[in-house]
Design a protein around this ligand. Structure first.
Ligand code: ADP
Length: 500
């Protein structure tokens, strides 16, 4: 039988340790701003990499952005995010026509390629891309004699040497660097240390590597081998793609946040506020910064024993702390760890600990999101999930309620910390205080955690409302930009076309 007093003691301890009152959120957002300054001051000056991107002319055409042309023509984008990739073609019609037609195709990467070399992977991508190009209909027009151009979104930290090339500096979101070998692939040794479920469940808790090799060169070579005449015109990170895509439709977009498997943010910064930049001044005087905010950490972050052990046992201990508190990759796993403690110390779910509950990453973030959103009076969905996913049968309503409470605490903390991060950016941009003209500020957000977990967005907005002065909050728009990054990459390819 459940020892309820013990279970509630664990719950209230969790609640206390995960608490994010306004004061705490303010401390976190101040710390974020401080780290942003440090990361901009010098290379390696902060946990935040604050990578400069060479995109100084994001769409749309606004004078301060000095874009002198309206994007027009046929462009492609490729978004490589891990276990699948997405290709898009878009016919742009300039200021009037905007996006005339857009087609997309999503392709899963076969498991044997995920464990293979980068060469095989790029070969596969190039072949799929060639098929996609071959299926181009009459609505798409490429002027005679022109090469097709593509924007490549590579959603892992890439330090950009120049706009269209880069070398991967680190894999995150549960991926990590193994050695300096060239190749994208699961590391078999590491994988076997885990329970091997990762590939079959499609969870991306796996090791990948691609280090020091220029991904644009790899892709270009593979396309050449396939006889595909295509030029990589832009290499962008997904946050930057989202910023560009969001801004194409709404000129007030000044930052983008990804809340998916991992989390990251990009924003527009004044070049004069970037001491570590000693190159030419972009025309606009502005530059987009890819923060890599997943690696943010601060003594003010509310950490629990569950977070500490999750981190210690992770593939990248001591790294990506903010991401481990916030992103879809980890929320389900944190909840599992709490429930495991309740099972072991308070006999929640019976006298023996359910074996599945002991398995890392058994509970996914979509699972906890579904349980959390269960509105039935007997929490039927929670009961079914516990049974289907963890093989825990015959749960009583009280146990189900306990599970929902835990899901709520972890999700709420995540969303509120993400909000504090956003306020950190607004502060850095001077948009956290009221101004006479009440400028509108839009933050473009994408990622399945935000898209599919409705309550996440509610918690996030709730926290923004608490932290910001009322009149400022009224000017802030958190805007879902679904697949903004695909369109954004194509737009950036267009604005960096060799033909203009
Ligand atoms: P990526 O961040 O790699 O580009 P996505 O944006 O598709 O990928 O995000 C995938 C993540 O979104 C998964 O880790 C998952 O945890 C989370 N996710 C997907 N569906 C849901 C859902 N219904 N509720 C909560 N989280 C979800």
């Amino acid at each position: 039988t459940v020892r309820w007093a013990d279970a509630y003691a664990i719950l209230s301890d969790l609640e206390e340790k995960c608490a994010t009152p306004i004061m705490k959120l303010r401390q976190v957002s101040n710390a974020m701003t401080v780290e942003m300054h440090a990361g901009l001051a010098s290379e390696g000056g902060s946990k935040l990499k604050m990578l400069l991107s060479f995109v100084d002319n994001l769409p749309p055409v606004v004078p301060s952005w000095t874009i002198s042309r309206d994007e027009e023509g046929l462009y492609y984008s490729l978004d490589l995010a891990g276990t699948n990739f997405r290709v898009i073609r878009v016919q742009l019609g300039g200021k009037e026509g905007r996006v005339i037609k857009k087609e997309a195709k999503q392709v899963s990467i076969p498991p044997h390629l995920i464990v293979g070399t980068s060469n095989d992977l790029f070969e596969f991508i190039a072949a799929e891309l060639a098929n996609f190009v071959a299926s181009e209909g009459e609505d798409f027009h490429l002027p005679v004699g022109r090469q097709r151009e593509i924007g490549f979104t590579f959603s892992f930290p890439v330090k950009e040497h120049s706009f269209s090339s880069g070398s991967s500096i680190k894999w995150t979101k549960g991926f990590s660097i193994i050695d300096t070998g060239i190749g994208v692939g699961l590391d078999r040794r590491q994988l076997s240390q885990q329970n091997g479920d990762d590939i079959t469940t499609g969870r991306r808790h796996c090791q990948l590597r691609v280090v020091g090799e220029d991904v644009v060169v790899e892709l270009t070579k593979a396309m050449e081998r396939k006889g595909l005449e295509m030029r990589v015109a832009a290499l962008v990170n997904d946050t930057i793609g989202t910023l560009a895509g969001g801004r194409y439709y709404d000129p007030d977009v000044v930052a983008a946040v990804i809340l998916g498997n991992g989390t990251n943010a990009a924003y527009i910064e004044q070049v004069k506020a970037i001491p570590k930049w000693n190159g030419l001044l972009p025309k606009s005087g502005e530059m987009v910064i890819n923060m890599e905010w997943g690696s943010f950490r601060s003594a003010h972050l509310p950490m629990t024993e569950y977070d500490l052990t999750l981190d210690a046992e992770s593939l990248n201990p001591n790294e990506q702390i903010f991401e481990k508190l916030i992103s879809g990759m980890y929320l389900g796993e944190i909840v599992r760890r709490v429930l495991l403690k309740m099972a072991a110390e308070a006999s929640l779910f019976g006298d023996t600990v359910p074996p599945k509950l002991e398995k890392p990453f058994m509970l996914s973030t979509p699972d906890i999101s579904e349980m959390h959103h269960d509105t039935s009076s007997d929490l039927r969905v929670v009961g079914e999930k516990l049974k289907d996913v963890l093989e825990i049968t015959n749960t009583c309503l009280r146990e189900r309620k306990m599970v929902v409470e835990v899901c709520g605490i972890i999700t709420r903390r995540a969303a509120r910390l993400a909000a504090a991060g956003i306020v950190g950016i607004l502060k850095k941009q001077g948009r956290d205080a009221s101004t006479s003209d009440n400028q509108r500020t839009v933050v473009a957000v994408d990622g399945s955690l935000f898209v599919h977990c409705a309550i996440f967005g509610k918690y996030l907005e709730g926290a923004l409302r608490e932290i910001l002065p009322h009149e400022v909050f009224e000017t802030i728009v958190i805007k879902l930009v679904n697949d903004g990054s695909g369109l954004g990459a194509a737009l950036l390819a267009a604005s960096h076309s060799q033909y203009i």
